[in-house]
Design a binder for this molecule. Structure first.
Ligand SMILES: Cc1ncc(C[n+]2csc(CCOP(=O)(O)OP(=O)(O)O)c2C)c(N)n1
Ligand code: SF4
Ligand SMILES: [Mg+2]
Length: 283
């Protein structure tokens, strides 16, 4: 085993059931370097997601072209790069193949792509995977434009916004992808920022666990492109906090089906019953 891999197995949180964002800084991280701009919220989002995956050693992530694809070569989770926009089609095949190849083992598939890949160029693949009820999680890093190619307009861009390569301003409202996801068959949909790591952890865990058994899940995370909105490297967090206030675009929003709610409640009850009460331990 190469020393880097041995180090990872011994010092990271692989196999720890209670792994989460609290481990960041205390254990070997699954992403220790990245080539994003300094202070880019996508880097925070990546760290929180990787720390929250319930089963990283048996997870395959599917990426797409964009700023996020600069990070995947440095991520210690199996990952595959797909042609821009094709990520949900690739993930569908991958999930099915893994299910056939490893029938006795849980294999999670998680798509992570930008808004351009998810909504504009990849919308057909995104929706068709949901219509077919493919069992994997789709995460969109929504920075409301095409950051990697210099700031073109995206369907998720807010109305009126002027970007470097969209000088006349967006003419219509931000596409309501969380609502489209709900209506397209996702059993759990959440729209939020990455300002609160414990909330991101809970949402990512729920999404991955539900995708195993119940159906497709969709998480839309605001990861502002500080470069394109004219903020400095210290201002990303405040930008997210401002955008999650009541009435703002990224005020926390969640849709969950009754079946998904019941599944999570059953998991929770099982977990609680597995904990031996302290009184019994002293008997
Ligand atoms: C098939 C194809 N079409 C277009 C491109 C050019 N391209 C590369 S990145 C990108 C935009 C990415 O935007 P988004 O998905 O929002 O990710 P971000 O960079 O904002 O994180 C585009 C259009 C490409 N690489 N491949
Ligand atoms: S261009 Fe924007 S989204 Fe891309 S790494 Fe820089 S700040 Fe982040
Ligand atoms: Mg984008």
């Amino acid at each position: 085993m190469p020393p880097e891999y041995r180090d990872l197995v011994e010092q990271s949180t692989y196999g720890h059931e209670d792994r989460g964002w609290k481990d960041i800084g205390n254990s070997k991280e699954l992403i220790e370097a990245h080539s994003l701009c300094a202070g880019c919220p996508e880097s925070m989002a990546f760290r929180y997601i990787l720390a929250s995956l319930p089963n990283p050693e048996d997870t395959v992530m599917v990426g797409s072209t964009g700023c996020t694809s600069l990070v995947f070569p440095m991520v210690a989770v199996h990952n595959i790069h797909s042609l821009f926009g094709n990520q949900n089609a690739v993930a569908s095949g991958l999930k099915r193949a893994l299910t056939v190849r490893f029938p006795d083992r849980i294999k999670d598939v998680v798509v992570l792509a930008g808004d351009g890949a998810t909504v504009d160029i990849g919308l057909d693949m995104t929706l068709q995977a949901w219509f077919r009820q493919e069992k994997f999680t789709t995460i969109c890093f929504d920075n409301e434009l095409y950051a990697n190619t210099g700031g073109q307009e995206s369907g998720l861009m807010r109305k009126g916004f002027v970007a470097k390569m969209a000088p006349t301003g967006k003419k219509f409202d931000k596409v309501r992808l969380p609502e489209i996801a709900r209506e397209s068959g996702c059993c759990y949909v959440v729209n939020l920022t990455v300002s609160k790591p414990s909330l991101v952890e809970k949402v990512i865990k729920n999404a991955v666990l539900l995708a195993r058994e119940v159906g497709p899940t969709y998480i839309q995370l605001y990861t502002p492109c500080i470069l394109e909105i004219g903020k400095n490297s210290m201002e990303g967090l405040q930008e997210m906090r401002d955008s999650e206030k009541p009435g703002e675009r990224f005020n926390y929003k969640e849709y969950i089906t009754d079946e998904a709610k019941q599944y999570l409640a059953d998991l929770d009850a099982k977990k609680k019953s597995a904990v031996i009460p302290a009184a019994q331990l002293t008997e």
